[in-house]
Design a protein. Structure first.
Length: 726
């Protein structure tokens, strides 16, 4: 229908069914499970409706939520803290616009603060539906130990299981339109919000301010954000322990006392009343999606917000500026995660028949210090290696029914089969260009760096037309040159787990390792949830941008080497990165587990007799796993400690990079492979793994391209293969 979808977060249910992110001991976890075991309680479901959330099912829950939310075009929430918590817990949403738009309220009149008589207890109004999460236990604890009656708490709203006592008066529920009148009857000196979780906005805080009351609160969530920004109250910085009595004692003993201020000494008088006129019900966001529309009356639009709109003619990006004006968008926009704003590049250029030649990294001058390089320069950071004879496989067999047995022997395990490592380098290009979603890179002279792609087929796949003398042209939307330093991370095959892990992520790791990423804008593809999850294993990215189908020109462009020099030649930084990730997430010693990676859910290259082979593997201690259903951290933990992994040729075997030396890698492969026929044999050699392999015929009736056909492997061969391991 072409209707943009905007999802508004008002709590943390998408992060965890506890909703408020409180653990089994009512300790706020902030979206990261608190240490130790425990069973956190889902708020909206029966306690036994979920498997144990803490450290366990929570990962599956977030994966499901991320997949569902990825269909939305943009997100909004009501406080900066809420936005931060949500994105830290659901990093797969970072590729969508996500603005903070506070709630708005309209009030006919505003109250005034009541002066406190000398020696009288401080009357504290606590409105709302109180529970332990909203501080009811703390209030009762303070009232119980406040023998001098320094405080007098007035609870206006549903008090839950609280019991009235000296110093604690329960006034019952109220109608919202009668709130001001009820407050006038109570005549409190201050208000209080004692939520022990990070509320995403807190309407009762707005109502207390409208009633003329400064507010005491904990420095957590929207309550902390709003009181700090407005100055209209006091924030308590005592950490909330498991025993509320400790906080109660600290509250009573606080040197500032929260004893209220007379007249002009109140925070409201000193800082002015917080603005309550900002009507942020989302209309400004929706209004701006219509190209050229101005905001409706009385709506103050948020900071520039960009929303991708899907139409029958494709996709276009419409940007609302603070003045409500419409700017023609470019297809590439920088997203700065520090400022949370997405600047718009106006007036894109359309480049017609730009001709590109090719050149190689060897044609760029070398330097020892890229940070001071003025012109094009390259630096080899980790050297490659000369070709060496690859370690012989521990077991290798070819099903005699394959079409060309001799070819398979020569391609995969010939007597002089060699392998090498390609160098890990960094190229710096002044006025460089990123071309299309394929992340090809060109210099200022319109020459495509051949190291930025693996095969010439990549050029055709991403829209380039080939002409005589190896010249290429393309028609694409271009942007004006972006200032600063920019870093290419994406590749042509971003959506494949193997290539994202061992070809794209090593680019970012190399730049971070050399200290060149911190001051750069990092250019990524649109991130699927699993891709964003994997990036959390590396250092955080300070500034990121998403490359589209156009041409992005940069004042200074850094291009790190991919983790693969070609489809069967690795670079050393891919393995250095894998070692670092394994050391961070995996056990230090091998677990003894043997894992068979199933490909049953794959759309192509299935092992048609996999069930039989899984049964044979089980006889030799192999358990079947589906890595795509695990978080990245859990995959590293599982495979990093394994003794052996086996499975059909596919991306799941990429986790062999985390195996420790002396482990075993078993590959079941189809016939007819070309460039990647020795990919995992080479990986095993450089990772010091025992390599075992069997090659089987493809299904004769499968008419798909040879690299996608289903296949099988003779079960007797497979039995001998596993028997080799013992």
């Amino acid at each position: 229908m072409g209707i943009a979808t905007i999802f508004s977060f008002h709590d943390f249910y998408a992060l965890c069914p506890t909703v408020k992110l409180l653990d089994q001991d009512m300790v706020f976890c902030g979206g990261r499970c608190t240490p130790g075991p425990g069973r956190c309680r889902p708020e909206l479901w029966p306690a036994d409706a979920f498997p144990n959330l803490k450290h366990q099912f929570i990962h599956r829950w977030r994966a499901m939520m991320t997949a569902a939310l990825h269909h939305c075009d943009a997100f909004v929430t009501t406080s900066p803290t809420a936005r931060t918590i949500i994105l830290e817990g659901l990093p797969g949403l970072t590729d969508r616009p996500f603005d903070v738009i506070p709630h708005g309220r309209s009030f006919e009149t505003f109250g005034t603060m009541v002066a406190r008589d000398p020696g009288a207890p401080l009357r504290i109004l606590v409105p709302g539906n109180l529970s332990a999460a909203k501080g009811s236990v703390l209030i009762e604890a303070v009232a119980a130990i406040d023998e001098e009656r320094t405080f007098e708490f007035h609870v206006l709203g549903d008090s839950g299981h609280m019991t009235a006592r000296p110093g604690l008066i329960l006034h019952g529920r109220y109608q919202r339109d009668a709130f001001a009148a009820r407050v006038a009857e109570i005549a409190p000196h201050v208000g209080a919000i004692f939520s022990i979780w990070a509320e995403t906005y807190c309407h009762t805080l707005t109502e207390l301010w409208a009633a003329g009351l400064p507010v005491i609160g904990f420095d957590i969530g929207a309550v902390g954000d709003r009181i700090r920004d407005s100055g209209a109250g006091w924030l308590h910085h005592v950490n909330i322990p498991r025993r509320p009595g400790a906080v109660a004692n600290a509250f009573v003993r606080s040197p500032r006392g929260h004893r209220g201020r007379r007249g002009g000494d109140s925070p409201l008088a000193r800082h002015g009343r917080p603005s309550l006129r900002h009507r942020s019900d989302g209309r400004s966001l929706l209004w701006g999606i219509r190209a050229g529309a101005r905001d409706p009356p009385c709506v103050q639009p948020p900071n520039s917000l960009s929303v991708q709109r899907r139409t029958g003619l494709g996709s276009r990006r419409v940007t609302v500026s603070p003045a409500g004006s419409y700017r023609r968008p470019s297809r590439t926009q920088v997203r700065d995660d520090v400022s949370h704003k997405e600047p718009t590049i106006a007036d894109p250029l359309f480049v017609t028949d730009t001709m590109y030649s090719l050149f190689h990294r060897d044609g760029i001058p070398t330097t020892d210090d890229l940070s001071t390089a003025i012109g094009s320069a390259t630096r080899v950071i980790l050297p490659g290696s000369a070709p060496v004879v690859r370690n012989a496989p521990l077991f290798f067999a070819i099903d005699p029914r394959v079409a060309d047995v001799e070819r398979e022997h020569q391609v995969r395990a010939g007597p002089v089969a060699t392998t090498r490592l390609a160098p890990a380098f960094m190229a710096a290009l002044p006025h460089g260009t990123i071309l299309t979603e394929g992340f090809l890179v060109a210099d200022q002279d319109d020459r495509i760096l051949s190291d930025s792609f693996r095969a010439f087929g990549s050029l055709a796949r991403h829209g380039f037309q080939e002409h005589a003398d190896r010249l290429f042209s393309i028609d694409r939307t271009a942007s004006p040159e972006l200032p600063g330093t920019h870093l290419v991370v994406g590749i042509q095959t971003n959506l494949n787990y193997f290539h994202w892990l061992l070809e794209a992520m090593p680019r970012l790791w190399l730049a971070q390792h050399e200290g060149l990423a911190a001051d750069s804008t990092v250019w990524l593809p649109p991130l699927r949830p699993w891709m964003a999850d994997m990036l959390t294993a590396l250092d955080p990215i300070e500034r990121r941008a998403t490359q589209g189908t156009g041409i992005t020109r940069c004042e200074r462009l850094l291009m790190p080497a991919r983790g693969l020099g070609n489809i069967h030649t690795f670079c050393p930084h891919a393995f250095a990165m894998a070692d670092q990730i394994r050391d961070r997430y995996a056990p230090e010693t091998r677990s003894g587990r043997r894992l068979f990676v199933t490909r049953a859910d794959a759309g192509s290259r299935k092992l048609v007799n996999e069930d039989e082979i899984i049964a044979i593997a089980a006889d030799y201690g192999f358990e079947t796993v589906s890595p795509q259903h695990l978080s990245f951290r859990d995959q590293v933990d599982l495979f990093g400690g394994a003794d052996a992994i086996a499975g059909p040729l596919g991306a799941g075997l990429a986790n062999a990079a985390f195996l420790r030396p002396g482990s075993a890698l078993i590959e079941l492969a189809p016939e007819g492979r070309e460039g990647d026929a020795t990919l995992f044999a080479n990986l095993a050699h450089h990772r010091q793994l025992d390599y075992l392999a069997a090659v089987g015929p493809t299904v004769p009736t499968d008419t798909r391209a040879v690299d996608r056909r289903d296949f099988w492997v003779d079960t007797e061969i497979v039995r001998k293969l596993f028997a080799t391991l013992g």
